[in-house]
Write a protein that binds this ligand. Structure first.
Ligand SMILES: [Zn+2]
Length: 254
């Protein structure tokens, strides 16, 4: 796997930049300026652009990057992104020869209708579906779709590095503590991630092992999470999709 560097965009977006000594590929360039500055400063040529979903803070910089570099633009086949050159969906492979890396495409609808993730070399680029200690809002899909997508990601190896689209981790941990106040892995994660942020570093990537231990949206069958959700709802539910939907609604209102 080439090095993966976070290039910051807007207030809290990361444009994940895969690079070697000569070339780079970027994931979800919502803004072109910080990417172009990084490429120029590091003397790198762009080799490819990968998009996870159609929201402007993930694709808004593609057109300006294409004015400087003629490169393939991969992205979800079933979303309206005018700048795509190579629409992809589940089962497709994305290979970037200049970086010697290859990814499988996973369909993970829910946040948007046809959101995709890129998985390869032990790393997952999952846009706004799985966040560190949280998940994206369900804008275009159903809670059932989102839950199924998160379970698909959850089945990846524990060592998988999670590169998501935003630095939302501390706020997500704050909410997760309300759901699972007794979770000691969550408290440990909070201490570490607070230190990272205090020294200006990203809390990402996390690992799937860590998400399984601390992310309430991946813990919909844990008794402590189910109890907490039942208290929130004032009724007994145990179906994981309903538990998921309730946590999502709880978070939206918090
Ligand atoms: Zn989004």
């Amino acid at each position: 796997m080439p090095d993966v560097v976070p290039v910051s965009a807007f207030k809290d977006n990361y444009v994940w930049t895969l690079r070697n000594r000569t070339h780079a590929a970027v994931v979800d360039p919502g803004e072109a300026r910080p990417v172009l500055e990084y490429l120029q400063r590091e003397n790198l040529a762009l080799a490819a652009i990968l998009a996870t979903h159609h929201h402007p803070d993930h694709v808004g910089g593609i057109a300006a990057l294409l004015e400087r570099f003629r490169v393939p633009v991969y992205g979800p086949k079933h979303e309206p992104i005018a700048t795509l050159t190579d629409p992809v969906s589940e089962g497709d492979k994305v290979t970037i020869p200049k970086l010697g890396v290859s990814f499988s495409v996973l369909d993970i609808p829910g946040h948007t209708r046809a959101h995709i993730a890129y998985y390869g070399a032990g790393s997952l680029f999952c846009g706004d579906t799985l966040f560190a200690c949280g998940c994206g809002r369900v804008f275009e899909g159903t809670p059932e779709q989102m839950y199924t997508s998160l379970e698909k990601l959850r089945a990846l190896p524990d060592e998988t590095k999670i590169y998501c689209g935003h630095e939302y981790t501390l706020a997500n941990i704050g909410f997760a503590k309300g759901v699972e106040p007794q979770n000691s892995a969550l408290s440990a994660r909070e201490r570490r991630d607070r230190e990272l942020r205090a020294s200006g570093r990203p809390t990402l990537p996390s690992t799937m092992r860590e998400e399984k231990a601390t992310n309430p949206f991946l813990r919909c069958t844990e008794p402590a999470v189910v109890d907490s959700v039942n208290k929130y709802l004032g009724q007994r539910v145990s179906d994981p999709v309903r538990v998921f939907a309730a946590i999502r609604e709880w978070k939206n209102r918090s």
